[in-house]
Design a protein around this ligand. Structure first.
Ligand code: ADP
Ligand code: NI
Length: 202
């Protein structure tokens, strides 16, 4: 592994080790792995993809009070690693572009590298792992998992309709689209089974 990637990984492990809202270090590692897998068929600069994937959640509003300060810290770290200014700027742009922001992010993923990282990040919100992350995040926000009392639709299950079931059609690369199929179908199966089990009267 490239030594800068190894160092960045160690830094992020340290920062994210206390995270419990679904933005854990394991998420970052999975995004790097999935992005690396997508890069194998889609191309793009692998070093760039891996570094931006490791950094993509660092300035996230859910994790920091000051996204500009967080971006400044990323910039300083990369400068200390002697990375060139245009490269640093491209990394910071990619980090901005990957963020979902409830579908309202004005900065669109443009380069193949940005599209790959965005697909990998979205894939991690889908499938079995996506289900685990959604209920973990929901619980951290004191959200009910299911609408037991049928009075309040602000449940984690609602998040599947709001976001998770839309991700498949938002994939930006052909390889991402293929990987999304199985994960999407698994979420549908999970919801169907959940509804079947809830319908059983004891
Ligand atoms: P990412 O890190 O993949 O960019 P987000 O920051 O939007 O994604 O969310 C992190 C995780 O928390 C994802 O798995 C996402 O589905 C989940 N999540 C975000 N908002 C909600 C919500 N309102 N209810 C349940 N889960 C959520
Ligand atoms: Ni993420």
């Amino acid at each position: 592994m490239n030594s800068i990637i190894a160092k960045a990984e160690a830094w992020m492990e340290d920062v994210f080790s206390s995270e419990n809202t679904g933005h854990d270090f394991e998420h970052l590692k999975r995004v790097v792995e999935t992005a690396t897998r997508i890069q194998a068929t889609e191309g793009g600069d692998l070093f760039f993809i891996q570094l931006a994937a490791l950094f993509h959640d660092y300035p996230d509003e859910k994790l920091t009070h000051d996204t500009n300060q967080a971006k400044g810290e990323l910039r300083k770290w990369m400068k200390d690693e002697k990375l060139e200014e245009p490269f640093i700027q491209k990394i910071l742009r990619a980090v901005d572009a990957v963020s979902y922001k409830n579908g309202k992010n004005k900065i669109q993923a443009q380069s193949i590298e940005e599209k790959i990282i965005q697909d990998a990040d979205r894939l991690d919100a889908m499938g079995a792992i996506g289900i685990v992350r959604a209920f973990t995040y929901g619980a951290s926000q004191k959200r009910q998992p299911l609408d037991y009392l049928k009075v309040n639709s602000d449940t984690t299950l609602q998040h599947f309709d709001d976001k998770l079931l839309h991700l498949k059609k938002l994939m930006q690369t052909e390889t991402g689209r293929k990987l999304a199929e199985k994960r999407h179908d698994f979420m549908l199966l999970f919801i169907e089974e959940l509804k079947n089990e809830q319908a059983i009267k004891s």
